[in-house]
Design a protein around this ligand. Structure first.
Ligand SMILES: [Zn+2]
Length: 288
């Protein structure tokens, strides 16, 4: 099927009480790996790229690869632009074929975040593209966006409700204590806050910083109303580790297929494990 907007996919996840994995991909093999994981398990899938990866590979290349994957696939696949602060970049990606975009104006005051998000929602809606926005600030490093621990702030549930009402944004990422990158200790997830936001907001909620959250906590987040979980760091690590192992065993290896095949396999296994945790096996049929 063609690439789909993630709106209906995530609405189905929210009402069905499961989560959809959104995987940041950096190479063709990583993209193919998570697509194979989705196909083998009958899971809906969101492919994601950061602004940095768009600059590195090109929105057109990424959209072409994702479109080919979707056309060849029986599971629903969306292509999402992660954490973007730049209006022109968002329009560029929508024109290239992205079916979902994140406008991250969370560093601005509430009113400015509303104004910037509303502007993107209007454009994206006309193009049939999903929009995600953030309230509060997720800590850690995500590509070019760096938020120190003391600058991270949690989303206010009442503000979340007002924000969705004012912007009409179809998916919301409230900061609830998770962070980008790998956790040094246990993540400090504010479950009561997720619950409060979910009570006040009916749109699907997005969990950022999904790498390394223990299974029980992932399941609790999903049960409380989180419908999309972003996974970036964790698959980047398994991909790189598999390549390092090939060169450790054979420092003279010079055939990219010899190190890309095990790297792809490692990403696929990690993605299947995340999809299992999110409870989305067999849920591809929900999005038609
Ligand atoms: Zn994020």
């Amino acid at each position: 099927m063609p690439l789909v907007s993630s709106t209906s996919m995530l609405q189905a996840a929210r009402s069905g009480g499961y989560g959809v994995g959104a995987f940041n991909v950096h190479t063709l093999e990583m993209l193919q790996a998570v697509v194979e994981a989705a196909e083998e398990t009958g899971s809906p899938l969101i492919l994601q790229s950061t602004v940095g990866t768009v600059k590195h590979l090109g929105a057109d290349y990424l959209a072409a690869a994702a479109t080919t994957a979707a056309n060849r696939s029986s599971v629903p696949i969306a292509l999402h632009l992660d954490h973007c602060t730049d209006f022109a970049m968002i329009v560029h990606c929508i024109r290239a074929g992205y079916t979902s975009v994140m406008i991250d104006a969370s560093m601005h005051a509430f009113e400015e975040n509303v104004a910037q998000t509303k502007r993107i929602v209007d454009i994206a809606h006309a193009a049939g593209v999903n929009v995600e926005a953030e309230l509060g600030k997720v800590g850690g490093v995500e590509d070019e966006i760096i938020v120190a621990e003391h600058e991270a702030s949690l989303a206010d549930p009442l503000e979340c409700a007002r924000f969705v009402q004012l912007t009409g944004v179809p998916t919301l990422a409230p900061a609830i204590g998770t962070a980008h990158g790998i956790y040094k200790g246990m993540p400090h997830i504010d479950f009561a806050r997720i619950q409060r936001v979910a009570e006040l907001v009916t749109v699907p909620l997005v969990l950022h910083g999904g790498s390394g959250i223990p299974e029980a906590q992932v399941k609790r987040c999903i049960a409380l109303g989180m419908s999309k979980m972003n996974i970036a760091t964790e698959i980047r690590i398994v991909f790189s580790d598999a390549i390092k192992q090939v060169f450790k065993d054979n420092p003279d290896e010079n055939d990219p297929r010899k190190y890309m095949v095990p790297a792809k396999k490692a990403v696929k296994e990690a993605a299947i494990e995340k999809m299992r945790m999110l409870g989305c096996f067999g849920k591809a049929a929900d999005t038609r």
